[in-house]
Design a protein around this ligand. Structure first.
Ligand code: SF4
Ligand code: SF4
Length: 373
């Protein structure tokens, strides 16, 4: 964990791995993934974060191939997650645990999480008895630390923790843009965990990559303050400077990205007060620009009956709004929306119910259809 003069460790999120076919999330390039794992391990980091659902169900398998079969078990820690909302019944949900053990090729998980609580999703974990089930797996030594990830506000987090004080840690979305957000409430959620002495794993420190592709007006604030510092370092250091953090996760897909992030987290000091003020300024400038806070997590797309390419459509809107580049936005739309155009939306609302960023997807799709079709 981070200390007063050291950042928290970097964690390797196995959700944006290099692919053989860009259109097929299951086509993970294992050879390239091995290379990334080696760069990460050589830098002295050991935390890997997967989930049953990542990469169309292939992320855990990739973990086995690129890590478990190549390093001694005690050299790394593995976290993976149980998506009860994908299960048909309790038996099916519980069977996911054994399946994950098999797919990862391990006898126990260092960290095991109930995946993506919040809003309507929390109840199915109760209905399927998964809290009790995981407590039992922990007692049997198959789980070392048990926790959950959540995309909801501090009130819902309090509610879950009141009902389940037995957890060892919580995984939260934290980055400098969402820190003071009324919707995501990163700061308040973090404070809830701190008040209960619960360590935190941080996800989305770079907000799905958006904090390294900042609009010029925002990037200028950071570049002027520290010329030469990569934009990623502001985002990672913000997350890594918080006390009581187990790992700051990053979904990395090139050796250069792993090396850069690892160097930041290994060698850079925590933020100074002056640097925090720079980040406050950058956040203010960003808040003044229009845009859709989509992190490209794609949860919305799993249940869309029309196969609308929601994530890429939100991206096109952001290119249009934030970069002011109508041509590139249209190109992005033409290239990526394919057979899942915004106009195909039947306004059923399924996507809005699961979007962790609480985006009004339906009205944004209407706007996209007007702009790009
Ligand atoms: S509201 Fe539209 S985009 Fe959302 S799930 Fe329904 S059809 Fe898909
Ligand atoms: S619209 Fe929401 S659920 Fe869909 S990809 Fe963006 S952030 Fe994720």
């Amino acid at each position: 964990m981070g200390t007063a003069n050291k950042l928290a460790p970097l964690g390797f999120g196995f959700m944006r791995l290099p692919l053989k076919d860009e259109n097929d999330p299951a086509s993970i390039d294992i050879e390239k993934t091995c290379e990334l794992v080696d760069v990460f391990m050589d830098a002295g980091f050991t935390y890997f974060d997967s989930a049953r659902g990542y990469h169309a169900g292939k992320s855990e398998w990739a973990l086995k191939k690129a890590l478990v079969e190549r390093y001694p078990r005690e050299a790394f820690t593995i976290a993976t997650k149980l998506p009860a909302w994908l299960a048909e019944n309790a038996e099916h949900a519980r069977a996911m645990f054994d399946k994950s053990l098999r797919e990862c090729g391990v006898a126990y998980f260092d960290y095991y999480l109930l995946h993506n609580l919040g809003e309507s999703l929390t109840q199915c974990f109760e209905d399927f008895g998964l809290w009790e089930f995981c407590a039992q797996m922990k007692a049997e030594g198959k789980i070392r630390k048990f926790g959950f990830s959540i995309h909801d506000n501090a009130e819902e987090l309090e509610r879950v923790l009141d009902a389940h004080p037995e957890v060892d840690f919580v995984q939260l979305q934290i980055n400098y843009v969402d820190w003071e957000s009324d919707i995501i409430q990163s700061r308040r959620c973090y404070e809830v965990c701190q008040a209960r002495g619960l360590p935190v794993v941080i996800m989305e420190p770079v907000k799905g990559g958006t904090l390294v592709k900042l609009p010029d007006a925002v990037a200028d604030v950071l570049r002027t303050a520290e010329p030469g510092a990569p934009l990623a370092s502001w985002a990672l250091r913000f997350a890594g400077s918080l006390p009581n953090v187990i790992a700051v996760l990053s979904g990395m897909n090139t050796p250069e990205m792993v090396a850069e992030n690892a160097a930041i987290m290994r060698d850079c000091p925590p933020l100074t007060d002056e640097e925090r003020q720079v980040i406050d300024r950058a956040r203010e400038v960003l808040a003044g620009l229009p845009g859709v806070p989509c992190t490209d997590c794609r949860y919305c797309m799993k249940g869309c009956p029309e196969g609308v390419h929601i994530n890429t459509i939100m991206q096109s809107l952001n290119i249009y709004d934030q970069m002011g580049d109508a041509h590139r936005a249209q190109e992005n739309y033409n290239w990526n929306a394919g057979d899942g155009k915004a106009s195909a939306c039947i306004q059923c609302g399924a996507c809005e119910a699961v979007c962790p960023q609480h985006i009004e997807i339906v009205s944004q799709l209407e706007r996209a259809a007007d702009l790009f079709e």
